[in-house]
Design a protein around this ligand. Structure first.
Ligand code: BGC
Length: 441
């Protein structure tokens, strides 16, 4: 009973993102994003796939809604595509109508819509002007948010602003594994500030349209030094700075950590940090794995290495499975940020595995169940230790387009045939439904 009492405080959710599930890249006047450019560039995506047809949620969203209702989740975290809502900078009514239908279907099924406003699909036209390196992109984001909030704010009260700015900065602009595929290393760091500013500019707009629960979503990882060697300790310190603290401190404390050791300064204007740190009801955390870091010679002073002794997901040696590291991260955050930390929403947590060769194994995803069970227990331990966590979200409701991995990595509670869109719940779907039922009992 104590176990379920701790879990009873959580709202349960499942997540997807527009570019990963919608398909239909040319439907109803949708504009181009950096992900359209990326998937159409040879050799960028492992299996050469272009996110289509895939789950095709643009046409099959009503099936997703039925699956969510069947799971019994409180809410659905999906994302809204900037390039469906605005085309050539002007509102595109047919694109907006899609989210209208989705929101109405969710509400009709008793599932709270909790959309993310930006999950990586930047309009290509803005990238041509520097993308997130350009401060004006944050202002354009605010214009887009105004259009979305005016259209949906009468029914949507829960909003996530920006998803994982760290991934955009490090993988998108620093090393080029994700769109827009730039390789600027530390010169990418202005993109941190402009994404956080975009979040800050969005908050008052959402409030003016009746929002009740707003948060940014940061990806966080527990950073572990590879050894007790001071060089590895220093490398881990720097990695923690650039992956965790540079994104959390401005939002929660209203200041950047000391970035001297990285030799960078942020392009902060007067008033920016007040906007970025305006109080929010929730702090979104996406958590997948800890990161073991070693010192190295080269253009950057650290490298990510395998975590000794840990099993791994389908992503291989750099995606270790260590649920206790989630508890440790949450407890550390609680201690570091204290009262400045609002309740935490685990806005993504999950594991991928490649498609098994045998059809019958596709639905028996014991490895995913064991990953999720371990991490829900890790959240429970953090709550027991006094950390305020009020939401747990599985990534993902559906198998979907896993960015540079294409369709080769599957995270879904529901199996998707990427050619026909056919959806079949996996064993993990039934497991999650039972967990939610138990927590409510
Ligand atoms: C992203 C998702 C992604 C997942 C698994 C997160 O970084 O928000 O879009 O599919 O991790 O890689």
């Amino acid at each position: 009973p104590l176990e379920s009492a701790l879990l009873r405080r959580l709202r349960f959710s499942a997540a997807t993102a527009a570019f990963q599930v919608e398909g239909a890249r040319r439907a109803d006047g949708r504009d181009r994003s950096i992900w359209d450019d990326f998937v159409e560039t040879p050799d960028r995506v492992r299996d050469g796939s272009t996110a289509e047809p895939g789950p095709d949620s643009y046409h099959r969203f009503y099936e997703d809604v039925a699956l969510l209702a069947g799971l019994g989740v409180d809410q659905y975290r999906f994302s809204i595509s900037w390039v469906r809502v605005l085309a050539d900078g002007a509102p595109n009514l047919r694109g907006i109508a899609y989210y209208d239908r989705l929101v109405d279907a969710l509400l009709g099924a008793g599932v709270t819509p909790a959309p993310t406003l930006y999950h990586w699909d930047l309009p290509s036209a803005l990238e041509a002007e520097g993308g997130w390196l350009n401060r004006a992109t944050a202002e354009h984001f605010a214009e887009y948010v105004e259009v979305v909030a005016a259209a949906l704010g009468d029914r949507v009260r829960h909003w996530y602003t920006i998803n994982e700015p760290v991934s955009t900065t490090l993988q998108g602009y620093a090393i080029g594994e994700l769109a827009p595929g730039r390789t600027l290393l530390f010169d990418s760091l202005p993109t941190v500030h402009h994404q956080l500013l975009a979040h800050g500019l969005a908050v008052p707009i959402l409030r003016a349209h009746g929002a009740e629960r707003i948060g940014i979503v940061n990806n966080h990882t527990q950073v572990l030094p590879a050894s007790a060697d001071p060089a590895d300790q220093q490398a881990a310190y720097l990695y923690d700075l650039i992956h965790n603290r540079v994104f959390a401190d401005p939002v929660l404390l209203g200041r950047y950590p000391d970035l001297e050791p990285l030799g960078v300064t942020m392009p902060v204007h007067d008033g920016d940090l007040a906007l970025i740190s305006a109080p929010c009801e929730v702090y979104g955390v996406n958590y997948y794995n800890p990161t073991t870091v070693a010192a190295c010679e080269g253009p950057v002073p650290f490298e990510v290495v395998p975590t000794p002794g840990a099993p791994t997901t389908g992503f291989g040696p750099l995606w270790p499975i260590v649920p206790e590291a989630l508890t440790a991260f949450l407890v550390d955050a609680h201690e570091r940020y204290g009262a400045a930390l609002p309740p935490i929403a685990i806005a993504e947590n999950g594991a991928s595995f490649p498609e098994p060769a045998h059809t019958e194994e596709r639905l028996d995803d014991d490895a995913r169940i064991s990953y999720l069970r371990g991490h829900v227990a890790a959240v429970r331990e953090a709550i027991r230790a006094g950390v305020r966590v009020d939401e747990y979200t599985v990534w993902s409701l559906l198998d979907n387009f896993e960015w540079a991995e294409g369709f080769t990595q599957r995270f879904g509670l529901v199996h998707v045939d990427m050619d026909t869109g056919r959806r079949t719940p996996k064993a993990s779907y039934s497991w999650y439904r039972a967990l939610i039922e138990e927590a409510r009992a």
